[in-house]
Design a protein around this ligand. Structure first.
Ligand code: NDP
Ligand code: GDR
Length: 387
């Protein structure tokens, strides 16, 4: 039985990858940070009591900032494959916690590679690094391929740039089978609540049910290549099953704006969004915006049109507004990936369309919102997540 070690197992990708590898017959080991609350809800359905023999999922306490701990875990597990998914993965947060982000995302990757090498597994153990389309930053060519130059635009992506190159370096210097998956944005019902897609689907579901008034967003004109996380974890595994290690772009090749995401998600709920604010040009919101000029940001508003099925909503209610606090000091305006190398060499292409992704997220968050509304109605406390 093959053994895989996953860092970041409690995150979105960690959960899908764990399920995928268990189904492939792997013994999966995961590194979980100590937290004051359980934070394993994404993998609870896969967890087995530690007193059961021959478990397929085993968790270890650890942290990417602690090299002795990483060495000990790698020594204990003796993995055939390591998937380094752990990261402070929020771009906006990385501007607020740049040093911690660098420690975890850049040096953490180095620590893990060193752990594999120190234990003497570098000739046998295969290593996957969760690299990112954020490396392209202010893009130099469209669509982006494995050859497009990098120009990172945040502490997060600068840290990930270090991680990218240290993986390439360990491959070249020590002959390690180490790969970078340059993954474009991928989402799902398990997506963290503060990333824009999940923030939109959660908020819209709550707004139509009347438990939230308005969704506040930043740059509506940012464009992303959004895929489904379930499709993308298969690719992470495939990259480690080849004869020689390489780096691959994983993307759908289709792009939408944040504004389109909002409109399509609202349409899934049967709500048509109409523009308010006569004369406000759809384009130009971001170009005109300066961080020094917060008060002059146009408050572009949407109003729901057909709201008959939702008694909580009245025609004319403003349900989406721009809030300057969600603009970033340096923005990545547009990303669009060209996955043809992965398609050609690994035979991979995504199965789940953008529309199916949005539908799945909206349906999931509608169910969750209904459950929360019922709890509130019955007098139970429901927590409001920080956005
Ligand atoms: P999540 O934010 O959902 O998960 C991140 C995981 O890393 C969580 O398990 C988190 O633990 C863990 N983690 C954070 N800091 C540390 C630390 N110091 N030590 C140990 N573990 C830590 O991210 P995703 O699942 O979405 O992404 C997985 C990886 O892929 C990340 O590296 C991300 O940067 C990268 N990526 C993601 C893309 C996407 O669109 N999703 C696209 C391209 C790259 P905890 O649960 O305790 O917070
Ligand atoms: P991103 O994802 O930064 O691309 O990083 P996010 O969903 O946070 O932002 C996407 C775009 O939407 C704009 N935006 C907002 N973003 C958030 N979070 N909240 C808002 O209110 C909002 N309004 C507009 C952003 O400015 C941005 O342009 C994700 C992470 O998973 C990274 O770890 C990963 O490396 C990249 O995707 C690929």
């Amino acid at each position: 039985m093959k053994k895989a070690l996953i860092t970041g197992i409690t995150g979105q990708d960690g959960a899908y990858l764990t399920e995928f590898l268990i189904n492939k017959g792997y013994e999966v080991h995961g590194i979980k940070r100590r937290a004051s609350l359980f934070n394993t809800h994404r993998i609870d359905h896969l967890y087995q009591d530690q007193h059961i023999k021959d478990r397929h999922l085993i968790l270890h306490y650890g942290d990417m900032t602690d090299s002795s701990n990483l060495i000990k875990i790698v020594q204990t597990v003796q993995p055939d494959e390591v998937y380094n998914l752990a990261a402070q993965s929020h771009v906006a947060v990385s501007f607020e916690a740049p040093e911690y982000t660098a420690d975890t995302d850049a040096l953490g990757t180095l620590r893990l590679l060193e752990a594999v090498k120190t234990i003497g597994l570098h000739e046998t153990c295969r290593f996957y690094q969760a690299s990112t389309s954020e490396l392209y930053g202010s893009v130099q060519e469209t669509p982006q391929t494995e050859k497009t130059p990098f120009h990172p635009r945040s502490p997060y992506s600068v840290a990930k740039l270090y991680a990218y190159w240290i993986v390439v370096n360990y491959r070249e210097a020590y002959g390690m089978y180490a790969c970078n998956g340059i993954l474009f944005n991928h989402e799902s019902p398990l997506r963290g609540e503060t990333f824009v897609t999940r923030k939109i689907t959660r908020a819209l579901a709550r707004i139509v049910l009347g438990s939230k008034d308005c969704l506040y967003l930043g740059n509506l004109d940012a464009r992303r290549d959004w895929g489904h996380a379930r499709d993308y974890v298969e690719m992470q595994w495939l990259m480690l099953q080849q004869e020689t290690p390489d780096d691959y772009v994983i993307a759908t090749g289709v792009q939408h704006s944040v504004r389109q995401f909002v409109e399509i998600a609202a349409a899934e709920l049967g709500v048509t969004l109409a523009w308010e604010g006569n004369g406000v040009e759809e384009k130009g919101i971001v170009e005109d915006f300066k961080m020094t000029d917060l008060n002059s940001v146009p408050q572009v508003k949407f109003v729901p049109g057909d709201v008959n099925q939702y008694p909580a909503l009245k025609p004319g209610d403003v349900i989406v507004q721009i809030d300057p606090r969600y603009f970033r000091p340096a923005e990545v305006e547009t990303l669009l990936g060209d996955p043809s190398k992965a398609n050609r060499e690994l035979g991979w292409k995504p199965c789940i369309s953008f529309e199916e992704l949005v539908r799945e997220m909206v349906c999931h968050d509608m169910e969750e919102a209904k459950r929360d509304a019922l709890c509130r109605q019955e007098g139970f406390k429901v927590c409001n997540f920080y956005e």
